[in-house]
Ligand binder design. Structure first.
Ligand code: GLN
Length: 452
């Protein structure tokens, strides 16, 4: 049914870069065989899942939305995909994304944009616009995304779906093509909070192949989502982030946010205001830290080891071939970040830029720690504006970066955060963000489920 749905709508939505029809049917048959053989299968056995093209899939093309990896078929599965297969889920294919997960609209994909199913003239968010649009357009019931600065939550908000960023280190980065290693976090996209929790439980948990993976079991997110569904939030203290509640969000988003705050209060939650004075520096700090790490991580795309190679006619030096390959293989936004990051890390500027940004990161973490001494979780709108028209923000990188104003602090801190639909503005979906302390992913799901 999902493959049929993909056939019916995909030429308008373009959520996928690769649909693995044969692989999906074979996986579905394998689940039937396992069931027939009496194997006890988990709750997601047989359920289709779409996977963001940032995760390696054995023998299935993995491009990261970039020309530089065009045609690359990885020889191994990422841990997330391995766990999805073990759980008996059926991978439908790989979803579109901004090149190397850098962007907020999926317009920076080298393979053309994805269109928002709510309004095909508008963006579906990014970088994981393909995963969110696939779920919103009923092409897939579940999808995997990755969140470095908001790329699961912001697409969730603007497509009226649920997007959760787990605690950093709570989901494995093994086989996740690296953008910014200290921030990258794979996580679930879905239509309900319980669905996200079920998927989170399957993909999460310690992985010895990822050195930053947390050696602890995943909190019981499924039980938490079920407990939250009763709609009782008495005894829960929620903090509205002062810095994110006033200006910064467009009026329709601010109004929908205020309404959900009222709803949370009616469900029994106590609402207080909490100031996080350093959050306003999160965006500039992120745009030094993430490009710095990206400039280092993307050095491996040298035209020798992976994918594209350009200009290797036998007469050129290795350096010339590398340069021509990178010139042809990377798009403008990726080049901008590599240049920015190389500059920020260069000797002489290191202390002024990268070093300074790391200090700001510490101050933001302290804001979170202090806030969580007063409240159980923080809330804000997920993103300052609803889905914008295609092309509206591509000319000015700063305008694009603003989409993640509210989501980035959590990545710098490392805690979990979720976006849940919280109403409409001008007929377009608005998301509410719930941010919880590190490893309190269960608490985040409980609060989010109460709103459904
Ligand atoms: N939009 C942000 C960026 O461009 C976040 C991306 C992400 O979370 N992968 O860096």
């Amino acid at each position: 049914a999902h493959l049929d749905r993909i056939t019916a709508v995909e030429d308008r939505v373009h959520a996928f870069l690769h649909v693995d029809t044969e692989g999906a049917l074979a996986a579905a048959r394998a689940v039937d065989a396992r069931r027939a053989a009496g194997e006890e299968l988990g709750p997601l056995a047989g359920v289709p899942v779409a996977v963001k093209d940032v995760l390696t899939t054995k023998g299935v093309p993995t491009t990261v939305g970039s020309r530089i990896l065009e045609g690359w078929r990885p020889p191994y599965d990422s841990t997330i995909v391995e766990r999805l297969r073990a759980a008996g889920t059926v991978m439908l294919g790989k979803t579109n994304m901004d090149e190397f997960a850098m962007g907020s609209s999926t317009e920076y994909s080298a393979y053309g944009p994805t269109y928002n199913p709510w309004d095909l003239t508008r963006i579906p968010g990014g970088s994981g616009g393909g995963s969110a649009a696939a779920v919103a357009a009923y092409e897939a019931p579940l999808a995997i995304g990755s969140d470095t600065g908001g790329s699961i939550r912001q697409p969730g908000a603007v497509t009226g779906t649920v997007g959760a960023k787990p605690t950093y280190g709570g989901t494995s980065r093994y086989g996740l093509v690296a953008f910014s290693s200290s921030l990258d976090t794979p996580g679930p996209c879905s239509r309900t909070v319980l669905d996200a929790a079920l998927l989170h439980a399957v993909i999460g948990g310690h992985d010895p192949r990822d050195s930053t993976s947390i050696p602890q079991p995943v909190p019981d997110v499924v039980a938490a989502a079920k407990a939250g569904a009763t709609g009782d939030l008495s005894g829960v203290r929620l903090g509205v982030v002062t810095e994110f509640s006033g200006e910064g969000a467009e009026p329709g988003v601010a109004a929908a946010f205020r309404e959900s705050v009222d709803t949370l209060r009616k469900l029994g939650a106590e609402i207080v205001e909490v100031s996080c004075p350093h959050f306003e520096y999160a965006l500039p700090a992120y745009y030094l830290i993430a490009p710095s790490e990206c400039s280092s991580n993307l050095a491996r795309f040298d035209g020798v080891r992976f994918g594209l190679r350009t200009g290797d006619d036998g007469n050129r030096s290795l350096e010339e071939v590398m340069s021509l390959t990178r010139e042809a293989g990377f798009g403008p936004e990726v080049k901008r970040r590599i240049i920015l990051g190389t500059y920020a890390l260069s000797s002489g500027y290191y202390d002024a830029y990268y070093g300074q940004a790391q200090k700001v990161r510490t101050l933001i973490t302290r804001d979170f720690t202090a806030a969580f001494e007063q409240v159980d979780a923080l809330i804000s709108p997920t993103t300052p504006f609803v889905a914008f028209p295609m092309g509206a923000r591509t000319d000015d990188p700063y305008q694009m970066y603003l989409a993640d104003l509210f989501t980035i602090p959590t990545n710098l801190y490392g805690g979990p955060a979720i976006s849940v639909p919280c109403g409409l503005s001008e007929g377009l979906p608005v998301g509410l963000q719930i941010m919880a302390p590190t490893m309190a992913d269960d608490r985040m799901y409980r609060i989010a489920a109460a709103l459904e």
